[in-house]
Design a protein around this ligand. Sequence first.
Ligand code: ADP
Ligand code: ADP
Length: 226
Amino acid sequence: QFDLELAKIQKIYPGGTLAVEGFDLRVEKGEFISFVGPSGCGKTTTLRMIAGLESITSGDLLIRGRNFTNIPAEQRPTATIFQNYAIFPHMTVYQNLAFGLEVRGLPASEIKSRVDAIIDTLELGDVASAREAALSGGQKQRVALARGLVTKPEILLLDEPLGALDANLRKSIQEELKILQRDLGITFVFVTHAQSEALAMGDRVVVMNAGRVEQISDPFELYTRP
Ligand code: ADP
Ligand code: ADP
């Protein structure tokens, strides 16, 4: 059984733009899949359909064999990390991390242990009481990651999560993501327009162009293709 399965998944926006033409993809549990391609090729739309943030025009979305095509975002075992972090500025880091669990109605003791654990994993202890304005770019990105992971998703969806970071920081967060993949055993779907990043991060790379999949291959094949 696959962790994530897209079956002829297609998106036509109101107004008629065919953003994603419909393709098949099967992702194993724990796999790191990169989506790469030029701006406007349909990467974000695909990710948002997986997250439930965008309706699916036709086709099916399965997670661990269960059909989630029409299931609302908040009932999906996914978490999404956006480039702009989407941190609540009036809350501390700790409160940002607890918030998503509070709205899910988890008991206070469970919230505390989960938030403490993720703060530890992502080394955010020094800034737990800080607000967004006081954080560096790398810290903001780790808070955004922590906020997704604290909900214990089965699939972590990342939309250009490193785009706002400088080269050194990008490298270190790339490494952290690969460590998280190894340690947590969850599935990663990673959208980027940067081919080098897609190759560096992905166990497999989905190359998109104009709403279609051009190829799906492992990074080594892409490197060595004449
Ligand atoms: P990418 O993430 O690869 O840059 P997108 O998925 O954002 O591509 O966009 C794919 C296509 O769908 C583009 O032609 C874009 O203009 C269009 N599109 C994206 N979002 C919307 C929307 N909310 N309404 C209408 N068209 C959209
Ligand atoms: P990205 O390249 O990351 O997809 P964009 O700058 O293309 O981001 O899109 C930003 C926002 O505008 C998204 O919410 C997207 O859905 C929306 N959008 C993009 N293209 C269109 C479009 N042609 N019509 C309406 N909304 C769009």
